[in-house]
Write a protein that binds this ligand. Structure first.
Ligand code: NAD
Length: 339
């Protein structure tokens, strides 16, 4: 199993997550590899080939957040990883957690974000001194592939509906093609999974007002990025929002949040999002019992509220939070199973 600690708060969260996953009863063999800002200084690239090789070999990785310089400097390691490994689907569940004070207590959304194209294809140029263009790429193949992923996820996880989110009223060609591709795929699931579409601005308002109307959402890259943060806000914020980047050959599990440099090295940040990403990883590995045990232990510690981090209103540091989860898992540990 590849473990990339990342930048900023990443190493502390990765350590907490590793300890919790090790306490799940699964016998992990961790291969720790470094990527990000510090590696850039040492190797001249933030994403050495050895990191890609490790993920390709192990096929599964868990990763802490990595800093991306704004406006200049190296290109996002996250975007490069997704493109190099063909991690076309970004899965971001947002489910309410008992004990967290939020606007609603029964949110259960799954955001499926296309991960390889749209404005994140990285095709940008300056036009003279005072203008710049970023090109939005949408293809039928990638759109149908992500729509199929969303429908297959819905079928496999007993969900009832997929909503395609777009701005096809304005971007008639690019978002129009995305919507057309979603409709084509939806036809194959007629009678099994409901399908509808929403314009992205209306979708944002509706999610804030009545999130219970929605189930699985499928979106192009940029809208998926933004709407998944909105969904994270509905269930307690970035500290509790997990994610997975999934392709046919590999999968990389990571929190939605970034490296929060101002909290780095303070044993303060919340490890929940990365631990829940680990839960997604256990499910992906076909270890649903271990996944449920970790998630139940985490939820119980949050519901109790005594050992949670500052952002959840608790007094604990990152490592104390992890200790509390490990302690709870220890009470019901089964025999070790290989990862
Ligand atoms: P951020 O998510 O790092 O932090 C925003 C704020 O959210 C923090 O200041 C903090 O208040 C809170 N927060 C985030 N994670 C938390 C946690 N685990 N526990 C408690 N509070 C938490 O977003 P940003 O400041 O926009 O980005 C910082 C850096 O991270 C940038 O370089 C950005 O490019 C990068 N980034 C990386 C990833 C990734 O690696 N997948 C994702 C997003 C941003």
């Amino acid at each position: 199993m590849t473990l990339i600690p990342g930048d900023g708060i990443g190493p502390e969260l990765a350590e907490a997550t590793r300890r919790v996953l090790d306490a799940s009863g699964v016998d992990f063999e961790w291969e720790v590899v470094e990527a990000g800002e510090a590696v850039m200084a040492k190797h001249g690239t933030p994403l050495p080939d050895s990191v890609l090789a490790s993920i390709q070999r192990n096929r599964v990785a868990i990763k802490g957040p990595i800093t991306t310089p704004i406006g200049e400097g190296f290109r996002s390691v996250n975007v490069s990883l997704r493109q190099a490994l063909g991690l076309y689907a970004n899965l971001r569940p947002a489910r309410s957690i008992q004990g967290l004070k939020t606007r609603y207590d029964d949110v259960d959304l799954v955001i499926v974000r296309e991960n390889t194209e749209d404005l994140y294809a990285g095709i940008e140029h300056r036009v003279g001194r005072d203008a710049a263009e970023s090109i939005k790429i949408i293809t039928r193949d990638a759109s149908e592939r992500i729509a199929r992923f969303a429908f297959e996820y819905a079928v496999a996880n007993g969900r009832r509906k997929v909503t395609a989110v777009h701005k096809a009223n304005i971007m008639k060609l690019s978002d129009g093609l995305f919507l057309e591709a979603c409709r084509t795929v939806a036809a194959d699931y007629e009678g099994r999974i409901e399908f509808e579409d929403r314009i992205v601005d209306n979708m944002c308002m509706q999610l804030v007002q009545k999130p219970d109307l929605y189930d699985v959402l499928v979106l192009p890259n940029l809208y998926g990025d933004i709407v998944s943060d909105l969904a994270a806000g509905l269930v307690g914020g970035l500290g509790v929002a997990p994610g997975a980047n999934i392709g046919t050959e590999a999968a990389v599990f990571e929190a939605v949040h970034g490296s929060a440099p101002k909290y780095a090295g303070q044993n303060k940040a919340n490890p929940t999002a990365l631990i829940l990403s680990g839960v997604l990883m256990l499910r992906h590995l076909g270890l649903p019992d271990a996944a449920t045990r970790v998630e139940d232990a985490l939820r119980a510690v949050i519901a109790e509220g005594k050992a949670t981090t500052y952002d959840l209103g608790g007094p604990a540091g990152t490592s104390d939070f992890a200790d509390a989860i490990v302690e709870r898992l220890g009470r019901t540990a089964p025999a070790a199973a290989p990862a």
